[in-house]
Design a protein around this ligand. Structure first.
Ligand SMILES: [Zn+2]
Length: 207
């Protein structure tokens, strides 16, 4: 089964990613930030510049990301995102290939299409359609801590809301939800020591 349908939705910007919700059969592929940077750099090269990078990205050596996607309940595929030399318009692009994980090799290829970070694509597999968007990986835990958790790690919106803090042993956590993109996560807290100690005279006398 080859590629059935591939078309961009317009208008689109990364700020609109919350428009894609999973109920509408929308899938995100998270791209590591380093991959985004590499794709942007390579994508900016044009053969007219005299630099031919096509060889470097043949044979899967330009793989930026690969993994599994659950398209729908019970419908799982694997994907590979590679830099490709799109000969048609003299530019380097990202190529998304979707495989049936149960079938080995090229025979398992279900879809292949050129995608960009700027617009999602719609694919049709097994008679159903899904929208796939590439987005940058969420900010790291370290970055999140440095920003003192003031933003959503996925869309960086500050429209976030915290639930009840739960304490257990040496730690605590608070469920947080983003009202902008719908992501949810826990803020984690660690016991670091004590302060404002007041010694009870009774206890001291009993020693
Ligand atoms: Zn968000």
């Amino acid at each position: 089964m080859a590629n059935a349908l591939s078309q961009p939705l317009t208008p689109w910007s990364a700020d609109h990613r919350h428009q894609l919700d999973r109920d509408a059969r929308s899938i995100f592929i998270l791209l590591p930030r380093s991959a985004v940077a590499l794709a942007n750099v390579v994508g900016s090269f044009h053969p007219d510049s005299g630099i031919d990078l096509s060889e470097a990205f043949r044979d899967g050596r330009g793989v930026l990301a690969k993994g599994r996607l659950e398209l729908d309940e019970g419908v799982e595929v694997s994907y590979e995102l590679t830099l490709c030399d799109a000969a048609s318009d003299n530019a380097f692009k990202l190529e998304l290939t979707i495989f049936d994980p149960a079938v080995d090799g090229d025979a398992g290829e279900l879809h292949r299409g050129v995608v960009t970070l700027d617009s999602p694509i719609t694919i049709s597999l097994f008679g159903d359609g899904w929208t796939i968007a590439l987005i940058e990986e969420p900010i790291t835990e370290d970055e999140y801590g440095q920003r003192q958790g003031s933003v959503c790690p996925v869309c960086t919106s500050d429209q976030i809301e915290g639930g009840r803090i739960e304490v257990d042993g040496g730690g605590a956590w608070q469920p947080i939800a983003c009202n902008h993109c719908g992501s949810t996560w826990d803020d984690d807290f660690k016991l670091t020591g004590y302060s404002r100690l007041s010694i009870s005279r009774e206890d001291a006398a009993n020693d």
